[in-house]
Write a protein that binds this ligand. Structure first.
Ligand code: SAM
Length: 203
């Protein structure tokens, strides 16, 4: 089902990825949220959650060192676009240096800027928004702005995929989506909560 663009993505190497990630966790523990990138089990599970061949416009919040970004690009069609929004400058540089793919846009901004970024890059409403940002440790007003903007940025039939260490964000998701299905990935240093949210409802 996958379509690879003219310049296939290259892997930056797991050891290097881990080093960059750990260093940035030590510098910014609250925004990075964990000491290691997502496990291969979580990545596979998130990628199995949908038919990516139907997807045209994807947004990833908090791509980090590209642990999900790279395999996701392998699944996406040649004409798809992936907007990766990341607040950490080191991670943005790492992504730009190691993922040469014309479908990828890396934005060094906060996820709350999603609507203006989509407009800037002429992107249609998102089919999927994938989020790894640690909502539990974000200031609540920022969390609210991000979730409200997410609902507005999604296509009506779009999905919001969220993975988190805790269930704290669940009630805020249920306030904004008609359907929220939760599952757990246990094969990780700490169990990961996964929320698949459908039916965005503007408040
Ligand atoms: C738990 S890490 C996930 C990294 C990567 N997606 C993975 O699965 O390994 C959280 C990421 O969210 C980023 N982040 C935190 N707050 C953010 C915000 N408001 N907007 C965009 N990215 C943010 C952090 O810099 C970090 O890269």
């Amino acid at each position: 089902m996958s379509g690879i663009a003219s310049d296939p993505p290259r892997s930056p190497g797991a050891f290097r990825q881990f080093g960059v990630f750990l260093l940035n966790f030590l510098r910014h523990p609250l925004s990075v949220g964990t000491f290691a990138p997502s496990s291969p089990f979580l990545v596979r599970r998130l990628l199995r959650s949908g038919d990516w061949s139907r997807v045209q416009s994807v947004v990833e919040y908090g791509p980090g060192v590209g642990t999900i970004t790279l395999p996701l690009l392998r699944e996406l069609r040649p004409d798809a676009r992936l907007l990766a929004i990341e607040t950490n400058a080191d991670f943005c540089r790492h992504l730009e240096r190691h993922i040469a793919d014309p479908r990828l846009i890396v934005a060094h901004r906060s996820a709350e800027a999603i609507l203006s970024l989509m407009q800037e890059h002429s992107l249609p409403p998102a089919d999927v928004i994938l989020s790894g940002i640690p909502f539990t440790t974000l200031p609540p007003p920022l969390r609210e702005r991000i979730l409200d903007a997410t609902v507005r940025a999604l296509d009506r039939s779009g999905r919001f995929l969220v993975y988190q260490y805790t269930r704290a964000v669940e009630r805020h998701l249920r306030e904004r989506f008609e359907r929220v299905v939760r599952s757990v990935e246990w094969r990780s240093p700490w169990p990961i909560q996964i929320f698949v949210c459908e039916g965005p409802q503007a408040r």
